[in-house]
Design a protein around this ligand. Structure first.
Ligand SMILES: NC(=O)C1=CN([C@@H]2O[C@H](COP(=O)(O)OP(=O)(O)OC[C@H]3O[C@@H](n4cnc5c(N)ncnc54)[C@H](OP(=O)(O)O)[C@@H]3O)[C@@H](O)[C@H]2O)C=CC1
Ligand SMILES: O=C(CO)COP(=O)(O)O
Length: 337
C-alpha cells in the first residue's frame, strides 16, 4: 500500500513516524512551523534538537507551508503536543476547505486538553467537520521515538470506531520492526495514553529520590488502577488498560530514561524545580499539563485518584514530594480490588 501522507509536527515522534512511513514506500510530507528545522531536514536530513545521530530518508520532504504539506494527502497524521492540536487542526481545516481532498485523520499525541478535558480525537472531530475528512484513528502504545529510530521492535495499537480505518492505518505503519494491532476502544486508548505520563513523572521522581524497583512497580500498578477507574467512568473497555496502550505504555514510559516524563520526574526527585525541569527539557513533557487536567476531571466526575492528586499537589501546590509519598503510604488500608 502506498499513499501520500502529511505528518504535522516534526519533533521526535512526528519526524520518526514520518521516516517510518517513507521507509514503508509512502510519499511523505513533514510539516513544522519552524523554517530552520525544515531547512535542516531537507538539506542535512537531520533533526538534531529532537533525535541525535539519525539520518532521515532523502525522499522525506519537509515543509513550513501547511498547504504545500497537505496538498494531495489522503492521510494526515497529527503529532504535535496536545496543547497545539486545536490550533493546528483549525489551520488544517481552512486548507482542507480549499483542497477538498477529504483525507483520513490519524493522531499520535498523548494528552487531554486543558479546561475542556477533551481527548485529542475529540478536538480533531470538533475542529475538522465530517464533510472535510474521513475517519479518525489514534495510534498509541509503548513506543519511544529513540527505539523506533534504531528500528528496534515496537508494538502499538491503532484505535478507531471505524474498524476498516483502523485496519488501513495498521497496513500503512506495519513493517518488520513496527507491528500494529487494531482496537475499537478509542476512549480507553486515549485515556490510557494521556494518563500514563502522570505515572511516569511519579516513577521518575521515585528514582530521583533513590527508591527502588518495588516502589516503582507499586506506583505503576496502582496508577494503572486509578487510570482504569477514570476510563470506566467514560465507558472505556477495561481490557484496553491491560493492553499496549495501558500496561505496555506504563512500563515503557515509567521505567525508561528515554521518556521525557520519567526524566522530568527524576530531576524533580533530585531537587530541581518544575520550572527548571521544563526549561531544560527542550521537548514536550505532556504529563505536567495532563496531571492538572486529570486531577480536575477526577474531582468533576467523583473518581478517586490519589496518586494523580498527590502528583498534582507536588507540581501545582508546592507540596514536598516526600510528604506526598508518606501521605499516600499512610492512607487507610483497603481491599486491592
Ligand atoms: N517522543 C516520543 O517518543 C513519543 C511522543 N508521543 C506523543 O507525541 C506528541 C509529540 O511529542 P514529541 O514529538 O515527543 O514532542 P517534541 O517536543 O519532540 O516535538 C513537538 C513538535 O511540535 C512543535 N510544536 C510545538 N507547539 C506547536 C504549535 N503550536 N504548532 C505547531 N507545532 C508546534 C514543536 O516545536 P518547538 O519544539 O519548536 O516548540 C516540535 O517540533 C506528544 O503528545 C507525545 O506525548 C507519543 C509517542 C512517543
Ligand atoms: O509516549 C511515549 C512512549 O510510548 C513517550 O513518552 P515521553 O513523552 O515521556 O517521552
Amino acid at each position: 500500500m502506498s499513499e501520500k501522507i502529511a505528518v504535522l509536527g516534526a519533533g521526535s515522534w512526528g519526524s520518526i513516524l514520518a521516516n517510518l512511513l517513507d521507509e514503508n514506500g509512502n510519499e511523505v510530507s513533514l510539516w513544522s512551523y519552524n523554517p530552520e528545522q525544515v531547512k535542516e531536514l531537507n538539506e542535512k536530513h537531520t533533526n538534531t534538537h529532537y533525535i541525535k545521530d539519525f539520518t532521515y530518508s532523502e525522499t522525506l520532504k519537509a515543509y513550513s507551508d501547511l498547504k504545500q504539506a497537505l496538498e494531495g494527502a489522503t492521510t494526515i497524521l497529527f503529532v504535535v503536543p496536545t496543547k497545539a492540536v486545536r490550533s493546528v487542526a483549525s489551520d488544517t481545516k481552512a486548507v482542507l476547505a480549499e483542497l477538498k481532498t477529504k483525507p483520513q485523520l490519524v493522531h499520535a499525541s498523548k494528552g487531554i486538553e486543558q479546561g475542556t478535558y477533551k481527548r485529542v480525537s475529540e478536538i480533531l472531530a470538533e475542529e475538522i467537520p465530517a464533510e472535510l475528512r474521513r475517519s479518525i484513528t489514534v495510534l498509541s502504545g509503548p513506543s519511544h521515538a529513540e527505539d523506533v529510530a534504531k528500528r528496534d521492535i515496537t508494538l502499538v495499537t491503532a484505535a478507531s470506531t471505524d474498524l476498516d480505518a483502523a485496519k488501513h492505518v495498521q497496513q500503512l505503519f506495519m513493517n518488520r520492526y513496527f507491528r500494529v494491532y487494531t482496537n475499537s476502544d478509542v476512549i480507553g486508548v486515549e485515556i490510557a495514553a494521556a494518563l500514563k505520563n502522570i505515572i511516569a513523572l511519579g516513577t521518575g521522581a521515585l528514582n530521583g529520590l533513590g527508591y527502588g524497583d518495588n516502589a516503582k512497580a507499586a506506583l505503576m500498578t496502582r496508577g494503572l488502577a486509578e487510570i482504569s477507574r477514570l476510563g470506566a467512568s467514560f465507558g472505556a473497555n477495561p481490557q484496553t488498560f491491560t493492553g499496549l496502550a495501558g500496561v505496555g505504555d506504563i512500563i515503557v514510559t515509567g521505567t525508561s530514561q528515554n521518556s521525557r516524563n520519567y526524566r522530568a520526574g527524576d530531576e524533580l526527585g533530585k531537587g530541581q524545580t518544575l520550572e527548571e525541569v521544563v526549561d531544560t527539557m527542550g521537548m514536550v513533557i505532556e504529563g505536567v499539563a495532563t496531571t492538572k487536567a486529570a486531577y480536575e476531571l477526577s474531582k468533576q466526575r467523583g473518581v478517586e485518584m490519589p496518586i494523580t492528586e498527590a502528583i498534582y499537589q507536588v507540581l501545582y501546590e508546592g507540596k514536598d514530594i516526600r510528604k506526598a509519598i508518606s501521605d499516600l503510604m499512610m492512607r487507610e488500608g483497603r481491599s486491592e480490588f
